[in-house]
Design a protein. Structure first.
Lengths: 351, 286, 251
């Protein structure tokens, strides 16, 4: 009776790899993002901000959406990346921004690795506390060591040399946007690969039921350390992009506000499917642009209000509003539907 | 050095009064209320307005600050918080952070962003000496008031029927409900009372801690430290945690000024790694 | 008659309660060993100690000659000690296919592969589908575990354990909570377990115990009370007394 079994195996393979298949909307998203280089030159400054903010939110999605770790201090890695890149440029230790970017990422990964042990144990509240604590410690260290960091005034006198020796950073953000978008895209591709791999599936299982995960031989701690380290690296690179595109770094890269805003960004877009952080970054920045024009000083009020409303309305209800879009996307997947033997064959097999 | 100890104790007891409401709320409903500091801020600003602008005596405005904050807490709890109890911790965190941001911006809008000071009565200004140790009058007041409050809290907690119902509900709310204890009512009362205490702490603390619209954000971490290090199943746990925190912070800032608050955060992280359930709490049934 | 897993004077004390009292238990390879006892006797605690979910206060656990007391749960699973849970512990958001696929993938050491797409290894998918077919879960193969009927979830619980290719399988009340009409599937699955797998079964249902086991240990108040073949245990008046709650004569 191997024939029915073989068809089920084909179907099974389809189901398992379904998640990883590129939907048409994804292509649209990235084509639009790259097209904006040519089609929206006047908006490159804000698009640059959206790009590194999206990367920062993507890094939080890896730990929150995929591994279930709540962090109120993700800015620690962001800030470390920012200061590393800024200092490397200011003291002319590494003159090429892309190389400095990599080093900033590695530094943030190191910090992530060292602090990952703190989030392995304990309840949600403990994790909140510990991650917040780490970010505050770094902020204090940066504050007290003004000789290195410029203290409360921020790091002055940073000049960023041309990217790859040729592309100068201009004040309209042209180079900046292309740079940030490219970095974001590459890291996104890597993250996409990772979450659709056996490792990614194991992360989902750890988030779902850590007891069961260890009962099938998964070393829960090791997996969490791995994803936390990678996410820290991503956050560090996002921070470095900020520092490089603004030629500045200040204490507020470590601030609680930054970590809190980041949570909001990810929540707006939805955690757990990688695009949430990117969509959230777009919406957040547009909101910020609009509301800051209305009431420049009291922007935190609106952020607070959005947070309260989102929670009261319910995050699931908000993501369910985007369900029609996802259904539409699936319907576009014509060829996959025609090809798929799944439903009919298994029914035949069992009748 | 003894002066530092004295100051640290005053600071610690103040922190205890401020954070006790949060400890009970967390232990009772497993609800993470990061906006607790906003009620303290309310109490502080109300006192400032009453004393500075309306000329009320300081001692009279303290109970008013308590009642006003308790009332605000009660209203918020019944209208907003009650919808968020069943939600995940992440949702609670997001919700209360949202409330903090809103309260900070609101106070900034109506009362300005600079630090405000309470006109403390003359009787409380300055210090006097006891065998060579400088005792600040205001800090002495804090120790006395907070000390009395702590004793009263412990008495209510341990010796009254409300207290035992509260302890039962904290220990296991499902069983408590099964026994006929109205957990929701206890929570509403406790939340209001805790907010009132926070407000009183804010009123007393304005002079020592510095009061400005960012107060809830600045002190959030301190309250959280008290609660996580001290645990949530007793009054004594947070009490000793507050003292420990107060003394360490004052001593740390005095002896090692370059590191400042760094000492506190590091101690907190170390304690949380060593004992994730808090230094003083018993293992709970949850 | 090799001993594959044994405990030596295993003891666990929590806050004044002696949950496991000096238990010395031997499992021989391929045996169908049942562990019975009144509620609260400490059966699940013993399983927790064997699997590393809890650490003993004193005593040793030896697997295949190796002292495994210091090993974590996942390390013990890798050596072949696998358990099922009395209350289902499954991945509610994953499908049975993903769950079994994950277990197989971990067993084959591919858990850290972050580059290949899930489902791109045909041999792995084949093995997962075969296990699901064996446990008659193919009709729900692609459904979220959370919406499966309880009986199917219970079957999945056992299937996941089998996917780990255990050498010793600890079944904690596999039929617990399963409605009458779905029980036979569970029992059939348990009866069809491979002969070279050593099984320790915790059960309350005496019919299951006596039809399945070739050796029975009775645990009372954390201590081993009586051990022997099913006939010996069935005849022993002390066992009946314990279950009926009668007072025991000393000595």
């Amino acid at each position: 009776m191997t024939t029915p079994a073989r068809l089920t195996i084909v179907a099974a393979t389809e189901w398992l790899s379904e998640r990883a298949r590129w939907h048409p909307l994804e292509f649209l998203f990235w084509i639009a993002a790259f097209a904006a280089i040519y089609l929206m030159p006047s908006r490159h400054l804000i698009l640059t901000e959206i790009a590194w903010l999206g990367l920062f939110a993507l890094s939080l999605d890896l730990i929150l959406g995929y591994a279930g770790i709540i962090s109120l201090g993700h800015a620690a890695f962001f800030g470390l990346g920012a200061y590393t890149a800024a200092l490397l440029a200011k003291h002319e230790i590494i003159n090429e921004p892309a190389a400095a970017l990599l080093i900033a990422g590695v530094a943030a990964m190191a910090l992530g690795f060292l602090t990952s042990f703190l989030v392995l144990r304990g309840s949600d509240l403990t994790r909140l506390m510990v991650t917040l604590g780490v970010a505050l410690v770094l902020r204090e260290l940066a504050n007290r060591n003004g000789w290195l960091t410029g203290g409360a005034d921020g790091l002055q006198g940073v000049t960023i040399k041309p990217l790859l020796g040729t592309f100068r950073f201009d004040m309209f953000g042209h180079t900046g946007y292309i740079y940030c978008l490219t970095v974001l895209f590459i890291l996104f591709l890597l993250a996409r690969r990772m979450v659709n791999s056996p490792f990614g599936l194991s992360l989902l299982s750890v988030k779902d039921n850590p007891l069961r995960a260890s009962a099938i031989g998964i070393s829960v701690d090791a997996r969490l350390v791995a994803v936390y380290t990678v996410a820290a690296g991503y956050a560090g690179i996002a921070g470095a992009l900020l520092a490089q595109t603004t030629a500045f770094a200040s204490l507020e890269v470590f601030s609680f506000d930054r970590s809190a805003d980041l949570l909001l960004v990810l929540i707006i877009g939805g955690a757990g499917y990688l695009y949430g952080g990117l969509i959230g970054a777009i919406v957040f920045k547009i909101m910020q642009d609009y509301l800051s024009a209305l009431t420049p000083q009291y922007w935190p009020f609106w952020i607070g209000l959005v947070l309260v409303v989102i929670v009261l309305v319910g995050r699931d209800r908000i993501t369910s509003w985007t369900a029609p879009i996802r259904l539409f996307a699936e319907r576009l997947n014509w060829r996959a539907l025609k090809r798929r033997p799944a439903a009919s064959i298994t029914e035949e097999h069992l009748s | 050095m003894l002066t530092i100890l004295f100051d640290g104790i005053a600071y610690g007891m103040l922190l205890f009064v401020l954070a006790s409401g949060l400890a009970v709320t967390l232990g009772l409903m497993n609800f993470v209320n990061l906006a607790h500091g906003a009620f303290a801020m309310a109490g502080g600003y109300i006192t400032v307005i009453l004393v500075n602008r309306l000329g009320l005596p300081f001692f009279a405005s303290l109970p008013i600050a308590f009642l006003a904050s308790a009332l605000i807490g009660f209203v918020f709890e019944r209208t907003l918080y009650v919808h968020v109890y069943r939600k995940s911790h992440l949702d609670q965190v997001l919700f209360t952070i949202g409330l903090v941001f809103m309260s900070v911006a609101t106070v900034d809008y109506f009362l300005g962003s600079s630090q405000v000071f309470v006109q403390v009565p003359d009787t409380l200004q300055g210090q006097f000496s006891v065998s060579g140790v400088g005792i600040g009058r205001y800090r002495l007041l804090i120790i006395i008031v907070c000390g009395l409050l702590t004793i009263a809290l412990q008495f209510v907690f341990a010796n009254t029927r409300f207290g035992s119902r509260l302890r039962a509900a904290v220990d296991d709310s499902r069983v408590a409900r099964g026994l006929g204890i109205n957990v929701n009512r206890i929570f509403a009362v406790t939340f209001a009372f805790g907010s009132g205490l926070a407000g009183l702490g804010g009123a007393l603390g304005a002079e020592i801690l510095g009061l400005d619209p960012t107060f809830p954000l600045k002190f959030m971490i301190y309250f959280l430290i008290v609660v996580t290090v001290g645990g949530t199943s007793s009054i004594t746990g947070p009490f000793f945690a507050s003292l420990l925190l107060g003394i360490s912070d004052v001593a740390g800032k005095y002896y090692v000024p370059t590191l400042g608050a760094f000492v506190i955060y590091t101690i907190m992280i170390i304690i949380l790694i060593w004992r994730p359930q808090g230094l003083f709490s018993r293992a709970s049934s949850r | 008659m090799t001993i594959v897993l044994e405990t030596i004077e295993l003891t666990k004390r929590f806050a004044g309660i002696l949950a496991t009292n000096n238990v010395s238990l031997e499992l021989t390879r391929g045996s169908r060993h049942a562990l019975i006892g009144p509620n609260g006797a400490g059966k699940t605690t013993l399983i927790n100690l064997l699997t590393g979910v809890q650490r003993p206060t004193s005593g040793r656990i030896v697997f295949d000659g190796e002292d495994i007391g210091k090993l974590s749960t996942h390390e013990r699973v890798r050596r072949g000690i696998v358990r099922t849970f009395q209350i289902n512990q499954l991945f509610s958001e994953l499908t049975p296919l993903e769950t079994i696929g994950l277990a197989v993938s971990e067993r084959r050491g591919q858990g850290l592969d972050w580059w290949r797409i899930v489902g791109s290894r045909p041999d792995l998918v084949t093995e997962a589908v075969e296990i699901l077919e064996h446990f008659r879960l193919t009709d729900v193969i692609d459904k979220r575990t959370a919406i499966l009927p309880y009986g199917k979830q219970r079957l999945l619980e056992i299937a996941v354990a089998i996917a780990c290719r255990p050498r010793v399988l600890l079944l904690d009340e596999p039929a617990a909570g399963v409605p009458e009409d779905e029980r036979h599937e569970i029992l059939a699955a348990v009866a069809a377990l491979p002969a070279d797998v050593t099984v320790l079964l915790i059960e309350h249902d005496m019919d299951i115990v006596f039809s399945f086991a070739d050796r029975i240990s009775v645990l009372v108040n954390g201590a081993l009370f009586v051990e022997g073949s099913p006939e010996e245990v069935a005849r022993d008046p002390r066992v009946k007394a314990v279950y009926l709650g009668e007072e025991l004569a000393d000595g």
